[in-house]
Design a binder for this molecule. Structure first.
Ligand code: BDR
Ligand code: CA
Length: 323
């Protein structure tokens, strides 16, 4: 809730995506959030697949009226490189979901983002859970939107280890230039990176309960969690599943569930093995580079360094199982 007791206005920009779908289910069901629009971008699968999956999830979640718009089909410079090996051929774990019954909005994602951000009576929190192409295009096309953005909480980047490459996380690696533009937005930014993303795992017993639910949205959450793309290593609990991108939405509802530090972050744009890495400066004092060469322009970001796993699992389940 906002300080005046109203639900927080949010917009999710996603590449649905098994865990993006988990994020949408949570956002629709949590009473403290007002999901005003969803915009789609190429990432886990092609953008038309993302639009289809997003519309289907919102219908299954009982929220068929939320505006959905199609966005960028390609990153700014790179070719599109899907993650179908993780998210299935349909980008949704191939769990046999029906096609949606409605079409997306007749405006593109950037237009819808601008319209909904500026129309919101209270500043909007943007939650990108995908490559940042739409957000970069928005910031470059309509920079005035930042006057009504409260914060951007994005799933992307990593302090320690990458997934797309040894050092780069998929969403940033897919469109590094777009991620670099995001950092120039001039609004508060929270980076919900791989370091916390991979840790929030729903135990197998809860996943079984969700899958057995008679309520379609909760059952869908169970099916998606059992596909568990975000948790390659769940240890002994083989039915456990990670909430992935949904953790970034939890961090909007309950910021105290993550521990953040305001740190300089930059995206490596150089070709080669570091491309797409988020370089997070945790040094306690300037180094020789700053002393001898000087400071480069770097942007301060609230970087999530730790997460209260039990708190977010409980938060997630309570919202999704809400009647
Ligand atoms: C991110 O990449 C995608 O596969 C997931 O949906 C998540 O947004 C994790 O690196
Ligand atoms: Ca995603």
């Amino acid at each position: 809730m906002t300080n005046d007791g109203q639900p927080i206005p949010v917009i999710i920009d996603c590449d649905t995506g098994v865990d993006d779908a988990l994020a949408l289910l949570f956002a629709v069901r949590h009473p403290g959030l007002d999901l005003r629009a969803v915009t789609c971008v190429a990432g886990n699968t092609d953008v038309d697949g993302v639009v289809r999956n997003t519309l289907t999830v919102l219908e299954q979640a009982g929220a068929p009226d939320i505006p959905v718009a199609r966005g960028a089909a390609l990153p700014l410079i790179e070719p599109a490189r899907s993650a179908r090996h993780v998210h299935g051929e349909d980008g949704m774990g191939d769990i046999g979901l029906p096609a949606p019954t409605r079409a997306p909005a007749d405006v593109d994602a950037v237009t819808l983002l601008r319209r909904e951000i500026l129309a919101s009576p209270r500043p909007v929190t943007l939650i990108p859970t995908a490559p940042l192409t739409n957000i970069a295009l928005l910031l470059r096309t309509h920079p005035e939107v930042t006057r009504n953005i409260e914060r951007i909480v994005f799933m992307g980047g990593a302090v320690a280890c990458g997934n797309a490459t040894p050092v780069a996380e998929f969403n940033v690696w897919h469109d590094p230039e777009a991620a670099a533009i995001l950092l120039t937005a001039g609004v508060p930014i929270t980076m919900y990176g791989l370091d916390v993303f991979q840790r929030v795992v729903v135990p197998g017993a809860d996943v079984r309960r969700l899958r057995a639910s008679a309520e379609p949205g909760a059952r869908l959450a169970g099916e998606l969690l059992s596909h568990r793309p975000a948790t390659p290593d769940v240890g002994a609990d083989s039915e456990a599943g990670g909430i992935g991108d949904a953790g970034a939405v939890c961090a909007v509802v309950d910021p105290a569930g993550i521990t953040t530090r305001l740190l300089p972050v930059e995206v490596s744009l150089a070709p080669g093995p570091t491309r797409g890495q988020t370089i997070v400066d945790r040094r306690p004092r300037p180094g020789e580079s700053e002393i001898h060469i000087g400071d480069r322009e770097r942007h301060l970001v609230d970087v999530a360094l730790d997460v209260d796993v039990d708190r977010f699992v409980k938060l997630y389940l309570t919202a999704v199982e809400r009647a």
